[in-house]
Design a protein around this ligand. Sequence first.
Ligand SMILES: Nc1ncnc2c1ncn2[C@@H]1O[C@H](COP(=O)(O)OP(=O)(O)O)[C@@H](O)[C@H]1O
Ligand SMILES: [Mg+2]
Length: 375
Amino acid sequence: MIIEKIELRDFRNYEKLELELEPGVNVLMGRNAQGKTNLLEAIGYCSTGRSHRTSYDRECIRMGTSDAFIKLIFHNENEMLRPGAKPRSDSVELHLRRNGSKSAAINRVPVQKINDLFGCIRTVLFSPEDLGLIKEGPSRRRRFMDMEICQVDKVYLHYLQQYQIVLRQRNQLLKELVKAAKGVPSQVDRTLVEVYDDQFADFACRLIARRRVFLEKLGTLAPVIHSQISGASEEIRFTYEMNVADNREMMIHKLADSFESDLKQGSTSVGPHRDDIGIHINGIDVRTYGSQGQKRTAALSMKLAEVEMMEKETGTSPVLLLDDVMSELDESRQRFLVQSIEKHQTIITCTGVEDSIRRMQNARVFKVEEGTITI
Ligand SMILES: Nc1ncnc2c1ncn2[C@@H]1O[C@H](COP(=O)(O)OP(=O)(O)O)[C@@H](O)[C@H]1O
Ligand SMILES: [Mg+2]
Protein backbone atom coordinates (compact mmCIF):
# COMPACT_ATOMS: atom_id res chain seq x y z
CA MET A 1 0.00 0.00 0.00
CA ILE A 2 1.44 3.36 -1.00
CA ILE A 3 0.12 6.75 0.13
CA GLU A 4 0.77 9.14 -2.72
CA LYS A 5 -0.53 12.33 -1.25
CA ILE A 6 -1.96 13.75 1.94
CA GLU A 7 -4.11 16.86 2.19
CA LEU A 8 -5.10 18.49 5.45
CA ARG A 9 -7.29 21.42 6.30
CA ASP A 10 -7.60 22.75 9.85
CA PHE A 11 -6.31 19.52 11.33
CA ARG A 12 -4.39 20.16 14.61
CA ASN A 13 -1.79 22.86 13.81
CA TYR A 14 -2.11 22.47 10.02
CA GLU A 15 -4.18 25.18 8.40
CA LYS A 16 -3.66 23.84 4.93
CA LEU A 17 -1.28 21.16 3.73
CA GLU A 18 -0.73 19.29 0.49
CA LEU A 19 2.13 16.84 0.67
CA GLU A 20 3.28 14.27 -1.85
CA LEU A 21 5.00 11.28 -0.32
CA GLU A 22 7.68 8.98 -1.67
CA PRO A 23 6.90 5.28 -2.03
CA GLY A 24 9.95 4.50 0.13
CA VAL A 25 11.15 6.20 3.29
CA ASN A 26 9.81 9.65 4.22
CA VAL A 27 11.53 11.39 7.12
CA LEU A 28 9.71 14.18 8.93
CA MET A 29 12.30 16.19 10.78
CA GLY A 30 11.66 19.08 13.12
CA ARG A 31 11.91 20.39 16.65
CA ASN A 32 9.35 19.42 19.26
CA ALA A 33 5.73 20.51 18.93
CA GLN A 34 5.91 21.37 15.22
CA GLY A 35 3.35 18.90 13.84
CA LYS A 36 5.24 15.67 13.13
CA THR A 37 3.05 13.38 15.22
CA ASN A 38 -0.02 15.30 14.06
CA LEU A 39 0.70 14.21 10.50
CA LEU A 40 1.02 10.54 11.49
CA GLU A 41 -2.16 10.90 13.53
CA ALA A 42 -4.01 12.17 10.43
CA ILE A 43 -2.88 9.14 8.41
CA GLY A 44 -3.87 6.78 11.22
CA TYR A 45 -7.28 8.46 11.36
CA CYS A 46 -8.02 7.42 7.78
CA SER A 47 -6.85 3.91 8.51
CA THR A 48 -8.96 3.17 11.60
CA GLY A 49 -11.42 6.06 11.76
CA ARG A 50 -9.96 7.20 15.08
CA SER A 51 -7.01 8.99 16.59
CA HIS A 52 -4.34 6.98 18.36
CA ARG A 53 -3.94 9.82 20.87
CA THR A 54 -7.41 10.92 21.84
CA SER A 55 -10.97 9.71 21.82
CA TYR A 56 -12.21 13.30 21.42
CA ASP A 57 -12.29 14.17 17.73
CA ARG A 58 -12.72 17.86 18.50
CA GLU A 59 -9.20 18.04 19.96
CA CYS A 60 -7.93 17.42 16.44
CA ILE A 61 -9.81 20.33 14.90
CA ARG A 62 -7.58 23.39 14.62
CA MET A 63 -8.29 25.83 17.42
CA GLY A 64 -10.69 28.56 16.38
CA THR A 65 -12.16 26.55 13.50
CA SER A 66 -15.22 24.32 13.30
CA ASP A 67 -14.24 21.51 10.91
CA ALA A 68 -11.16 19.53 10.00
CA PHE A 69 -10.56 17.62 6.75
CA ILE A 70 -8.11 14.87 5.91
CA LYS A 71 -7.69 13.38 2.45
CA LEU A 72 -5.34 10.58 1.44
CA ILE A 73 -4.69 9.44 -2.09
CA PHE A 74 -3.19 5.98 -2.26
CA HIS A 75 -2.82 2.87 -4.34
CA ASN A 76 -2.27 -0.79 -3.81
CA GLU A 77 1.21 -1.66 -5.07
CA ASN A 78 0.27 -5.28 -5.71
CA GLU A 79 -2.60 -4.66 -8.05
CA MET A 80 -2.34 -6.89 -11.11
CA LEU A 81 -1.34 -4.59 -13.89
CA ARG A 82 -0.85 -4.75 -17.60
CA PRO A 83 2.79 -3.96 -18.40
CA GLY A 84 3.31 -0.21 -18.45
CA ALA A 85 -0.06 0.58 -16.87
CA LYS A 86 -0.20 2.80 -13.78
CA PRO A 87 -1.99 1.50 -10.67
CA ARG A 88 -5.40 2.99 -10.02
CA SER A 89 -5.40 5.60 -7.25
CA ASP A 90 -8.05 5.58 -4.54
CA SER A 91 -8.98 8.22 -2.02
CA VAL A 92 -10.18 8.37 1.57
CA GLU A 93 -11.64 11.55 3.00
CA LEU A 94 -12.49 12.24 6.60
CA HIS A 95 -14.42 15.21 7.93
CA LEU A 96 -14.38 16.05 11.65
CA ARG A 97 -16.95 18.49 13.01
CA ARG A 98 -16.80 20.40 16.27
CA ASN A 99 -20.58 20.35 16.56
CA GLY A 100 -21.47 17.03 15.09
CA SER A 101 -20.28 13.57 14.27
CA LYS A 102 -17.50 12.73 11.87
CA SER A 103 -18.09 11.37 8.39
CA ALA A 104 -15.93 9.75 5.74
CA ALA A 105 -15.91 8.83 2.08
CA ILE A 106 -14.01 6.27 0.03
CA ASN A 107 -13.51 7.33 -3.59
CA ARG A 108 -15.98 10.14 -2.88
CA VAL A 109 -18.74 7.71 -1.88
CA PRO A 110 -19.79 8.36 1.73
CA VAL A 111 -19.37 5.37 4.04
CA GLN A 112 -22.31 4.41 6.23
CA LYS A 113 -20.27 3.91 9.35
CA ILE A 114 -16.82 5.20 10.24
CA ASN A 115 -15.78 1.62 10.94
CA ASP A 116 -16.18 0.89 7.24
CA LEU A 117 -12.78 2.58 6.87
CA PHE A 118 -11.08 -0.43 8.45
CA GLY A 119 -9.06 -2.31 5.87
CA CYS A 120 -9.01 0.50 3.33
CA ILE A 121 -5.53 1.82 4.17
CA ARG A 122 -3.60 -0.46 6.47
CA THR A 123 -1.03 1.10 8.75
CA VAL A 124 1.09 0.02 11.67
CA LEU A 125 2.22 2.71 14.08
CA PHE A 126 5.39 2.38 16.12
CA SER A 127 5.81 4.82 18.97
CA PRO A 128 7.74 5.08 22.24
CA GLU A 129 4.44 4.29 23.97
CA ASP A 130 4.59 0.76 22.50
CA LEU A 131 6.43 -0.21 25.64
CA GLY A 132 3.05 0.17 27.32
CA LEU A 133 1.98 -2.92 25.38
CA ILE A 134 4.06 -4.91 27.86
CA LYS A 135 4.15 -2.61 30.88
CA GLU A 136 0.58 -1.37 31.11
CA GLY A 137 -2.63 -3.14 32.03
CA PRO A 138 -4.61 -5.69 29.95
CA SER A 139 -6.67 -3.05 28.12
CA ARG A 140 -3.60 -2.00 26.11
CA ARG A 141 -3.01 -5.57 24.96
CA ARG A 142 -6.69 -6.13 24.13
CA ARG A 143 -6.65 -2.95 22.06
CA PHE A 144 -3.56 -4.21 20.22
CA MET A 145 -5.35 -7.45 19.34
CA ASP A 146 -8.64 -5.81 18.44
CA MET A 147 -7.15 -3.09 16.25
CA GLU A 148 -4.91 -5.52 14.39
CA ILE A 149 -7.62 -8.11 13.78
CA CYS A 150 -10.11 -5.42 12.71
CA GLN A 151 -7.73 -4.21 10.01
CA VAL A 152 -7.68 -7.65 8.38
CA ASP A 153 -10.99 -9.25 9.37
CA LYS A 154 -14.30 -7.43 8.87
CA VAL A 155 -16.24 -10.27 10.48
CA TYR A 156 -14.30 -9.79 13.70
CA LEU A 157 -15.13 -6.09 13.60
CA HIS A 158 -18.81 -6.99 13.33
CA TYR A 159 -18.67 -9.41 16.27
CA LEU A 160 -16.76 -6.89 18.35
CA GLN A 161 -19.37 -4.19 17.73
CA GLN A 162 -22.22 -6.57 18.51
CA TYR A 163 -20.48 -7.73 21.67
CA GLN A 164 -19.98 -4.14 22.81
CA ILE A 165 -23.64 -3.36 22.20
CA VAL A 166 -24.83 -6.34 24.26
CA LEU A 167 -22.33 -5.54 27.01
CA ARG A 168 -23.60 -1.96 27.19
CA GLN A 169 -27.22 -3.13 27.25
CA ARG A 170 -26.49 -5.66 29.99
CA ASN A 171 -24.68 -3.06 32.12
CA GLN A 172 -27.54 -0.62 31.61
CA LEU A 173 -30.00 -3.29 32.70
CA LEU A 174 -27.94 -4.00 35.83
CA LYS A 175 -28.11 -0.32 36.75
CA GLU A 176 -31.87 -0.20 36.14
CA LEU A 177 -32.36 -3.27 38.34
CA VAL A 178 -30.41 -1.62 41.16
CA LYS A 179 -32.62 1.47 40.87
CA ALA A 180 -35.77 -0.66 40.86
CA ALA A 181 -34.55 -2.50 43.98
CA LYS A 182 -34.16 0.87 45.70
CA GLY A 183 -37.80 1.62 44.95
CA VAL A 184 -37.30 4.00 42.02
CA PRO A 185 -40.27 3.43 39.69
CA SER A 186 -39.03 1.56 36.64
CA GLN A 187 -40.35 -0.65 33.85
CA VAL A 188 -37.32 -2.85 33.91
CA ASP A 189 -37.82 -6.48 32.93
CA ARG A 190 -35.58 -8.90 34.81
CA THR A 191 -36.08 -11.71 32.33
CA LEU A 192 -34.13 -9.65 29.78
CA VAL A 193 -30.95 -10.72 31.59
CA GLU A 194 -31.25 -14.20 30.14
CA VAL A 195 -31.74 -12.87 26.64
CA TYR A 196 -28.67 -10.66 26.96
CA ASP A 197 -26.57 -13.42 28.54
CA ASP A 198 -27.39 -15.71 25.66
CA GLN A 199 -26.31 -13.17 23.04
CA PHE A 200 -23.36 -12.11 25.16
CA ALA A 201 -22.02 -15.66 25.37
CA ASP A 202 -22.46 -16.16 21.65
CA PHE A 203 -20.44 -13.11 20.58
CA ALA A 204 -17.93 -13.56 23.42
CA CYS A 205 -17.02 -17.07 22.20
CA ARG A 206 -16.68 -15.90 18.63
CA LEU A 207 -14.31 -13.11 19.70
CA ILE A 208 -12.22 -15.43 21.82
CA ALA A 209 -11.90 -17.99 19.01
CA ARG A 210 -10.62 -15.35 16.58
CA ARG A 211 -8.28 -13.79 19.13
CA ARG A 212 -6.80 -17.23 19.75
CA VAL A 213 -6.10 -17.73 16.07
CA PHE A 214 -4.45 -14.29 16.02
CA LEU A 215 -2.23 -15.18 18.97
CA GLU A 216 -1.25 -18.47 17.37
CA LYS A 217 -0.05 -16.59 14.30
CA LEU A 218 1.71 -14.01 16.46
CA GLY A 219 3.26 -16.94 18.32
CA THR A 220 4.86 -18.29 15.16
CA LEU A 221 6.10 -14.95 13.76
CA ALA A 222 7.22 -12.96 16.81
CA PRO A 223 9.63 -15.57 18.29
CA VAL A 224 11.69 -15.61 15.09
CA ILE A 225 11.99 -11.81 15.16
CA HIS A 226 12.58 -11.75 18.91
CA SER A 227 15.41 -14.25 18.79
CA GLN A 228 17.02 -12.34 15.93
CA ILE A 229 17.00 -9.14 17.97
CA SER A 230 18.03 -10.76 21.23
CA GLY A 231 20.70 -12.94 19.65
CA ALA A 232 18.82 -16.25 19.96
CA SER A 233 19.14 -16.22 23.74
CA GLU A 234 15.49 -15.57 24.39
CA GLU A 235 12.34 -17.40 23.51
CA ILE A 236 9.09 -15.45 23.61
CA ARG A 237 5.67 -17.09 23.94
CA PHE A 238 2.12 -15.80 24.03
CA THR A 239 -0.94 -17.24 25.69
CA TYR A 240 -4.55 -16.14 25.66
CA GLU A 241 -5.47 -15.44 29.26
CA MET A 242 -9.15 -15.96 29.58
CA ASN A 243 -11.05 -14.84 32.65
CA VAL A 244 -13.94 -17.25 32.15
CA ALA A 245 -14.41 -19.79 29.43
CA ASP A 246 -14.58 -20.15 25.70
CA ASN A 247 -17.68 -22.27 25.47
CA ARG A 248 -21.22 -20.94 25.53
CA GLU A 249 -22.64 -23.05 28.32
CA MET A 250 -19.78 -22.34 30.67
CA MET A 251 -19.91 -18.62 29.85
CA ILE A 252 -23.67 -18.44 30.54
CA HIS A 253 -23.12 -20.37 33.76
CA LYS A 254 -20.40 -17.93 34.89
CA LEU A 255 -22.55 -14.93 33.99
CA ALA A 256 -25.33 -16.32 36.18
CA ASP A 257 -22.82 -17.05 38.97
CA SER A 258 -21.50 -13.52 39.03
CA PHE A 259 -24.89 -11.88 38.59
CA GLU A 260 -25.29 -10.76 42.21
CA SER A 261 -21.82 -9.22 42.41
CA ASP A 262 -22.28 -7.63 38.96
CA LEU A 263 -25.48 -6.06 40.28
CA LYS A 264 -23.55 -4.48 43.15
CA GLN A 265 -20.93 -3.07 40.78
CA GLY A 266 -23.37 -2.14 38.03
CA SER A 267 -21.09 -3.74 35.44
CA THR A 268 -20.30 -7.12 33.92
CA SER A 269 -17.24 -8.73 35.46
CA VAL A 270 -16.77 -11.71 33.16
CA GLY A 271 -16.13 -11.94 29.44
CA PRO A 272 -13.48 -11.17 26.82
CA HIS A 273 -13.53 -7.46 27.69
CA ARG A 274 -11.51 -8.55 30.73
CA ASP A 275 -9.13 -10.99 28.96
CA ASP A 276 -5.41 -10.50 28.48
CA ILE A 277 -2.38 -11.70 26.52
CA GLY A 278 0.20 -13.56 28.58
CA ILE A 279 3.77 -12.79 27.41
CA HIS A 280 6.60 -15.00 28.60
CA ILE A 281 10.31 -14.88 27.84
CA ASN A 282 12.18 -18.10 28.68
CA GLY A 283 9.20 -19.03 30.83
CA ILE A 284 9.17 -15.80 32.84
CA ASP A 285 6.26 -13.38 32.77
CA VAL A 286 7.79 -10.36 31.07
CA ARG A 287 4.86 -8.10 31.99
CA THR A 288 5.82 -8.32 35.65
CA TYR A 289 9.42 -9.52 35.76
CA GLY A 290 10.93 -8.44 32.43
CA SER A 291 13.85 -6.01 32.32
CA GLN A 292 13.36 -2.74 30.48
CA GLY A 293 15.41 -4.13 27.57
CA GLN A 294 13.35 -7.33 27.38
CA LYS A 295 10.14 -5.34 27.40
CA ARG A 296 11.40 -3.12 24.61
CA THR A 297 12.47 -6.09 22.49
CA ALA A 298 9.17 -7.87 23.16
CA ALA A 299 7.14 -4.82 22.12
CA LEU A 300 9.24 -4.36 18.98
CA SER A 301 8.93 -8.02 17.96
CA MET A 302 5.16 -7.96 18.51
CA LYS A 303 4.79 -4.90 16.29
CA LEU A 304 7.08 -6.27 13.57
CA ALA A 305 5.19 -9.57 13.70
CA GLU A 306 1.99 -7.56 13.26
CA VAL A 307 3.44 -6.04 10.08
CA GLU A 308 4.35 -9.47 8.70
CA MET A 309 0.98 -10.92 9.63
CA MET A 310 -0.89 -8.11 7.96
CA GLU A 311 1.14 -8.58 4.82
CA LYS A 312 0.56 -12.34 4.79
CA GLU A 313 -3.17 -12.08 5.42
CA THR A 314 -3.97 -9.33 2.94
CA GLY A 315 -1.27 -9.67 0.30
CA THR A 316 -0.49 -5.96 0.63
CA SER A 317 2.16 -4.31 2.67
CA PRO A 318 0.98 -1.90 5.38
CA VAL A 319 2.29 1.66 5.58
CA LEU A 320 4.59 1.99 8.58
CA LEU A 321 4.36 5.07 10.78
CA LEU A 322 7.40 5.42 13.05
CA ASP A 323 7.00 8.15 15.63
CA ASP A 324 10.26 9.08 17.37
CA VAL A 325 11.20 5.46 17.89
CA MET A 326 14.79 5.46 16.74
CA SER A 327 16.08 7.55 19.64
CA GLU A 328 14.49 5.04 22.05
CA LEU A 329 16.39 2.08 20.64
CA ASP A 330 20.01 1.04 20.95
CA GLU A 331 22.25 0.67 17.90
CA SER A 332 21.49 -3.00 17.19
CA ARG A 333 17.72 -2.66 17.60
CA GLN A 334 17.82 0.43 15.36
CA ARG A 335 19.69 -1.52 12.70
CA PHE A 336 17.19 -4.37 12.91
CA LEU A 337 14.24 -2.02 12.59
CA VAL A 338 15.78 -0.22 9.61
CA GLN A 339 16.31 -3.57 7.85
CA SER A 340 12.77 -4.67 8.57
CA ILE A 341 11.10 -1.57 7.18
CA GLU A 342 12.97 -1.48 3.90
CA LYS A 343 10.23 -3.12 1.85
CA HIS A 344 7.46 -0.84 3.14
CA GLN A 345 6.46 2.72 2.59
CA THR A 346 7.51 4.35 5.84
CA ILE A 347 6.90 7.73 7.39
CA ILE A 348 9.29 8.35 10.20
CA THR A 349 9.56 11.32 12.54
CA CYS A 350 12.67 12.52 14.33
CA THR A 351 14.18 15.67 15.80
CA GLY A 352 17.55 15.24 14.11
CA VAL A 353 18.64 12.86 11.38
CA GLU A 354 20.19 9.99 13.30
CA ASP A 355 22.87 7.79 11.79
CA SER A 356 20.48 4.91 11.26
CA ILE A 357 18.20 7.13 9.19
CA ARG A 358 21.12 8.67 7.32
CA ARG A 359 22.15 5.18 6.22
CA MET A 360 18.77 4.50 4.66
CA GLN A 361 18.89 4.73 0.94
CA ASN A 362 16.39 6.82 -0.96
CA ALA A 363 15.07 8.48 2.18
CA ARG A 364 13.39 11.77 1.50
CA VAL A 365 13.72 14.32 4.28
CA PHE A 366 10.97 16.87 4.95
CA LYS A 367 11.30 19.73 7.41
CA VAL A 368 8.34 20.30 9.70
CA GLU A 369 7.94 23.74 11.25
CA GLU A 370 4.82 25.14 12.90
CA GLY A 371 2.39 23.23 10.75
CA THR A 372 4.19 23.70 7.44
CA ILE A 373 6.29 21.15 5.63
CA THR A 374 9.12 21.95 3.25
CA ILE A 375 11.62 19.80 1.42
N1 LIG B 1 -6.42 21.44 17.85
C1 LIG B 1 -5.25 22.08 17.68
N2 LIG B 1 -5.22 23.30 17.09
C2 LIG B 1 -4.06 23.94 16.91
N3 LIG B 1 -2.86 23.46 17.28
C3 LIG B 1 -2.82 22.28 17.86
C4 LIG B 1 -4.02 21.51 18.09
N4 LIG B 1 -3.67 20.35 18.69
C5 LIG B 1 -2.33 20.39 18.84
N5 LIG B 1 -1.82 21.53 18.35
C6 LIG B 1 -0.41 21.94 18.32
O1 LIG B 1 0.36 20.96 17.65
C7 LIG B 1 1.67 20.96 18.18
C8 LIG B 1 2.08 19.57 18.56
O2 LIG B 1 2.22 18.82 17.42
P1 LIG B 1 2.89 17.37 17.43
O3 LIG B 1 2.69 16.85 16.06
O4 LIG B 1 2.38 16.57 18.55
O5 LIG B 1 4.42 17.75 17.69
P2 LIG B 1 5.73 16.98 17.31
O6 LIG B 1 6.29 17.68 16.11
O7 LIG B 1 6.60 17.15 18.51
O8 LIG B 1 5.38 15.56 17.04
C9 LIG B 1 1.68 21.84 19.40
O9 LIG B 1 2.28 23.05 19.06
C10 LIG B 1 0.20 22.04 19.69
O10 LIG B 1 -0.05 23.28 20.28
MG1 LIG C 1 5.72 13.95 18.32
